[in-house]
Write a protein that binds this ligand. Structure first.
Ligand SMILES: Nc1ncnc2c1ncn2[C@@H]1O[C@H](COP(=O)(O)OP(=O)(O)OP(=O)(O)O)[C@@H](O)[C@H]1O
Length: 238
């Protein structure tokens, strides 16, 4: 049974159709990528699926639960890292992890997570003093602290330096090996190609293509996923 089943999802912001009839299935233990141009509706899909935003139409099941009506139960079982998250300036890295862990019934070991994500040296550093890349690492660790079965990561490696980016890829693969299902919103086609089992390309609130990186390359009659992306979204190559 799929871990995530989205059928005919729609969401409007006033007159603007942000998501327009999206249907997707994600299987357990997959790394599922969501790619597409700015404003395509990717974040809105993730927000609706993770229980953070109400949908206008369609059905949604995550771990068999409805993200709207079963929101509280679902939030115990999923982790979410969002693009524009923020924390109080003065909160220290260790405090943030401990505080987030306390929100879950069965949290992971936050100290282990802090080590795993290279944050141990920053345990006593305040949020405001972290660079963008370290904030990003902290947000990923916070998304994982509840020991989630499904994790939604929005622009996972934006702002990370190349070595942190590769380290992050390794840790995401480890999560898959542990059976965690990962939904990854990304603008980086090398990242999607390296990590994702399947990818949905979204444009103007609709799914324009879906498949494994190899299938999308074939469908776009291209040599690389990046070229396939441009072919499938009708975008211009810069
Ligand atoms: N809270 C909001 N209020 C009004 N419009 C919104 C809101 N959030 C998103 N939108 C609009 O909905 C559309 C989809 O936005 P969304 O953030 O889901 O796209 P995205 O694919 O994640 O974009 P990006 O790649 O730039 O992050 C855009 O036109 C955006 O301007």
């Amino acid at each position: 049974m799929p871990v995530i089943e989205i059928d005919g999802l729609s969401k409007n912001y006033k007159a603007r159709k942000a998501v327009d009839g999206v249907s997707l299935k994600v299987e357990q233990g997959e790394i599922f990528g969501i790619a597409g141009p700015n404003g395509a509706g990717k974040t809105t899909i993730v927000e609706c699926a993770s229980g953070l935003r109400r949908r206008d139409g369609g059905t949604l099941r995550v771990l068999g639960l409805d993200p709207q009506s079963d929101r509280r139960t679902l939030l115990q079982r999923v982790g979410v890292q969002l693009q524009e998250a923020a924390l109080p300036d003065a909160i220290k890295v260790g405090e943030a992890l401990r505080m987030y862990a306390s929100l879950y019934d069965n949290p992971g070991n936050w100290r282990e997570l802090m080590d795993e994500w290279g944050l141990a040296d920053k345990e006593r550093t305040g949020f405001a003093a972290l660079s963008g890349g370290w904030k990003q690492r902290l947000f990923i660790a916070l998304a994982l602290v509840g020991n989630p079965e499904v994790v939604f990561l929005d622009e996972l490696t934006t702002g990370l330096d190349p070595s942190a980016r590769r380290m992050t890829w390794g840790l995401i693969r480890t999560m898959r090996e542990r059976g965690v299902t990962v939904v990854l919103v990304t603008h980086f086609m090398d990242e999607a190609e390296a990590l994702c089992d399947r990818i949905a390309i979204i444009d103007h609130g609709r799914v324009v293509a879906e498949g494994s990186p190899r299938e999308l390359i074939t469908e776009g009659r291209s040599d690389s996923l990046e070229d396939a992306y441009f072919a499938l979204t009708g975008g211009e190559v810069a």
